[in-house]
Design a protein around this ligand. Sequence first.
Ligand code: BES
Ligand code: MN
Ligand code: ZN
Length: 499
Amino acid sequence: MEFTIKSGNPEKQRTACVVVGVFDNRKLSLAAERIDRAAKGYISDIIRRGDMEGRLGSTLLLYNVPNTLADRVLLVGLGRERDFRDREYYKAIHSAVKYLNETGAYEAVIYLTEEKVRRREIGWRVEHTVIAACEATYRFEHMKTESSEIRRPLRKLTLSVPMRSDLLIGEIMLARGMAIGEGVELARDLGNLPSNLCTPAYLADTARKLASMYPEIKTQVLERKEIEELKMGAFLSVAQGSETAPRFIVMEYKRPGVKRKPLVLVGKGITFDSGGISLKPAADMDQMKFDMCGAASILGVFRAIADLKPELHVVGLIPTCENMPSGRATKPGDIVASMSGQTIEILNTDAEGRLILADALTYAERYDPEAVIDVATLTGAMVITLGHVASGVLGNNETLVRALVSAGDDAADRAWALPLWDEYHEALKSNFADVANVGGRPGGSITAACFLSRFAKKYHWAHLDIAGVAWKEGKEKGATGRPVPLLANWVLSQENSDG
Ligand code: BES
Ligand code: MN
Ligand code: ZN
């Protein structure tokens, strides 16, 4: 979709549709009021009749509104004015765009950007209108032979800003929203692709494609032999059960002349998690194609930053393979040596994410990083802890953890911190090796992060467990693209910090 920005009166827009808000209970927004005044009370008459109460996300389409130049006026419910915050804003934009996309209008001028949202300036509203609009129009249907294609989809959305002096910041944030929106879309596409198509080699090709699109990105793909040479015994122990070959993807984004230490992003890339010999139950196992959503979010962030070109050095590391049972698969009780030298007793082959991440975290040491963040659909326990609302953040540096929580808050892609206290390490004791790969059910997300922390001692590190937020189940089953907005926000915020 195409996005533009402008400043002007709603009744004077020559367009297929003007979008304005109505608060609960039947209170017109400023833009709606302007149209109403031009139309001599036409809108307030309709509202008085009770066709639009202003309930959040509701819509009412009007044709031929007198004294306006637009073909249509779309009223969008904003909910109660004093409750109108980030989430409500998002929801209103989302419903409006979804509605427009499925109506005849191929373009529209939206005035919801002019509404006040607590703590959010015009730049934020522009950025998030774009991201929400991309999300609302996203479809993944190219694998259906009879696609239910939309006949006249929304092609162009113009965002209105209150003043001409807002246009400059508006343009900048529009570009930012588009870059992040496209990053989210890439992450969603990769997540939604089934594991027979989205293989480790496919993820590697995607990384190579990004490198060919953007001169700031370089990609290197390591195959099994090179992974063996690096002695990534933990990673290889997961990959060995599958007929599909593993890859270790290294991406580097760098602007010329940047002297700062790199930020390293690590993504879990299990393209299918059957559990291995500790096989998962059959119900919902299809969802384990989403077990590479951490990796997909790294690719999405690279796509976004390559568009926006911050003066930074960012490294992306993706260990990727399948977790399968077979005659060659790792068996419970097997002991392997990780790249760090620490030995691991694999008590449960379904706790595979931490194994592939352990070696990637050791590999990260060679960059002498400023900070390392890993992103993983790591534990089912995370879904129990925070549900589908927030990612869990754990780490060895308080400032970094807090910065991520705050980046998530600003991005409407929330994360919440969990503790990583010493007491939790007890659970990982092994009678036979340096560490066990599972710590039992209590505090499962925390003990998983404890395991990772043993491989992240040499730098500032944080871990995002996205098991609850990376995809939706049920009727809306599909990847969300989270936490691309959070990560992109954090990475971009590092441009102006003095490291
Ligand atoms: N990929 C899963 C985690 C997961 C499960 C995410 C369900 C989202 C929904 C991970 O590899 C896994 O299997 N974890 C185990 C760990 C356990 C064996 C200690 C889990 O959470 O059950
Ligand atoms: Mn698993
Ligand atoms: Zn997994």
